[in-house]
Write a protein that binds this ligand. Sequence first.
Ligand code: IPM
Ligand code: MN
Length: 359
Amino acid sequence: MKFNIAVLPGDGIGPEITQQSVKVLNAIADRFDHEFIFEEAAVGAAAIDQVGDPLPESTLNLCKRSHAVLFGAIGDPKYDNDPSAKVRPEQGLLRLRKELGLFANIRPVKAYEALIENSPLKPEIIQGVDMVIYRELTGGIYFGEKSTSADGKSASDLCFYTVEEIERIAHLAFKAAGERRKKLTLIDKANVLETSRLWRKTVKEISKSYPEVELDFLYVDNAAMQMILNPGQFDVILTENMFGDIISDEASVIGGSIGLLESASVGEKNALFEPIHGSYPQAAGQGIANPLASVLSAAMMLDYFGLIEEAKAVRLAVDVSIQLNVCTKDINRDNHYSTERVGDFLESVISDTEDHMIN
Ligand code: IPM
Ligand code: MN
């Protein structure tokens, strides 16, 4: 089959990790006889430097006409340290999510058996953890009205949700739970926030259509604690934009490295695949960034294309690399492989060449 894939490497380590995913996808195309056509475009700080806009029109148009977007990472410290900066790299990603209507961000989290000792959490706590976070991605406080008073002495970000925004992601989360362990946890702050009360009411109503799924509720502060105390209790988590951002970074500790966490952002017409980690600017260009989160995001892209066997082949290659410790420094502290060599290894496993290049 033929697919057009927009590649947006972005900032920091974005380009080097994304390159490994392209390598892996090319190996899949060869082995399974598909045609993947990659077209690259600038986003984030890289795009600001080139054309003064973190999401140039040409990049947006490319994404709209492609079957899917492979996204690297975004962010540059030169903007973080300048609170008055009007144009920020992150705006590129936020606008892209909004323009493409990517309302559901799906973030699977699991404990890899071979990496159980890597997590700062005790093995008995994380053993067997397998959850997926459904984070609402185009609403809430991220996109509500923003303002700063003329004298600069006050500022406001509005948290706003409609029933429709809650319903569409809730349906996806309930369907996912139905195909998994049939448990859905809504994380909110319904003891304080009106928007959370709307989430609870709406989700409760929707749950009537999914009687096989057990629904429970957790306040976000308690959820933050439960994520560390007893993460095995979670199957599918459903939550709003900002809580999902925070909870998923916390959950990444379970896998032993944030460099392992993939994500898919989907909407009615478009889909974007990106690691949950940031641009890690300190590591850019050093070949130490873990490409696995990006590669696993590419596997989610293959699933989205309906290429299930192909996605499995990618995940199998990742499992082999973890088993054999062909991993970057975040995982393999003593004898680490570079970003590029991990990519080459995955490519060789997928192509099933004799020499898996381990030494
Ligand atoms: C993420 C990131 C983004 C977010 C930033 C870069 C805008 O942290 O994808 O989790 O907050 O959504
Ligand atoms: Mn985040």
